[in-house]
Design a protein around this ligand. Structure first.
Ligand SMILES: C[S@@+](CC[C@H](N)C(=O)[O-])C[C@H]1O[C@@H](n2cnc3c(N)ncnc32)[C@H](O)[C@@H]1O
Length: 294
């Protein structure tokens, strides 16, 4: 835990501030700050989101001949989930590419241009069409420039309604993905998003155990979605940045009636996976059958 620089005194839900790495011209500081903390939730997301995408595609008769799956990644940052979802890369590959690069390594636009070729060479067949939303405009701009996002929107839906252009881009979404975002975004963001959909998409969210998902799942229920929590396991998110963060997390968990044994006692934040789907989809395929590998 020692030696990792984070950049502030903490959010009101106990997590260290990392704002200084969220909105840079390219992702090098993001990855080089998070690698020592073993940030890993997008790697767990890759396996889960791909399994959900397969199920959605099967439901509509398989991927052959159908238009690309339409995914919205909330709190998309520099496009990490889009990179992992649509390309033959792992999070370790991304850490190798972006963290620990020397001061002479080209950044900004030159890096985005090189990345466009890097990702194009690793594109998976049947890649999804991914729209990213994040409050950090430079991060979103990089992700679009690098070819990771088909559409990117710098928007903070906690503070303002979705612009008409964003709303139009969202309609037809089949899957919403979130890693590392819930807590920063609340039911308010989901309410503003769901105003844009004529048919509600599936929602897959990894949520720290320190944060209640109840307000979001209640909102999603009003939109016609049943939320299930994967009960077989939790997912390590990252190491605590320091002792103050660990203590705040333990206190937040205690307030929620949760203990750390077998979970955060290992020195990591743990996230739970919530999947929200229309009741008919839940009845047709329970979560355990939808995600048998987990
Ligand atoms: C921990 S990072 C997670 C990024 C990425 N999903 C990942 O797992 O690597 C949190 C992200 O939430 C974004 N964010 C914070 N508040 C937000 C808000 N109100 N609306 C949209 N994005 C927000 C930040 O800019 C940052 O990119």
């Amino acid at each position: 835990m020692a030696g990792v620089a984070h950049t502030g005194t903490g959010t009101d839900w106990g997590k260290a501030h990392f704002e200084a790495i969220y909105n840079c011209p390219d992702p090098r500081r993001y990855y080089s700050t998070l690698q020592p903390l073993e940030y890993q939730i997008p790697q767990h997301g890759q396996a889960v989101f791909r399994a959900l995408a397969d199920a959605l595609q099967c439901r509509s008769g398989g991927s052959a001949g159908r238009p690309p799956l339409r995914v919205v990644d909330l709190c998309c940052s520099y496009g990490v989930n889009a990179a992992l979802f649509n390309h033959e890369v792992t999070l370790d590959d991304l850490y190798r590419r972006y963290a620990g690069t020397g001061p002479d390594t080209p950044g900004g636009d030159r890096l985005a241009k090189a990345d466009r070729a890097f990702y194009a060479a690793r594109r998976r067949p049947g890649a999804a069409r991914i729209t990213g939303i994040d409050a950090a405009e430079h991060a979103v701009g990089y992700a679009v420039a690098a070819g990771l996002l088909d559409r990117g929107f710098a928007a903070n839906l906690e503070d303002e309604a979705a612009a008409p252009e964003l709303c139009r881009a969202l309609d037809g979404t089949e899957l919403i993905t979130v890693t590392g975002g819930v807590g920063y975004i609340t039911a308010r963001t989901f309410a503003r998003l769901f105003d844009c959909f004529s048919a509600p998409p599936w929602v897959a969210a990894f949520v720290l155990r320190t944060v209640s998902y109840r307000p979001v799942s209640t909102l999603l229920a009003r939109a016609g979605l049943v939320t299930e929590r994967l009960t077989t396991r939790t997912f390590r998110q990252r190491r605590f940045a320091d002792e103050a963060e660990r203590r705040a997390a333990v206190e937040a968990l205690a307030r929620r009636g949760l203990t750390v044994g077998g979970k955060e006692a290992d020195g990591f934040y743990h996230a739970e996976l919530y999947v929200s789907r229309p009741a008919a989809d839940v009845a047709a395929l329970p979560l355990a059958e939808l995600l048998p590998a987990f």
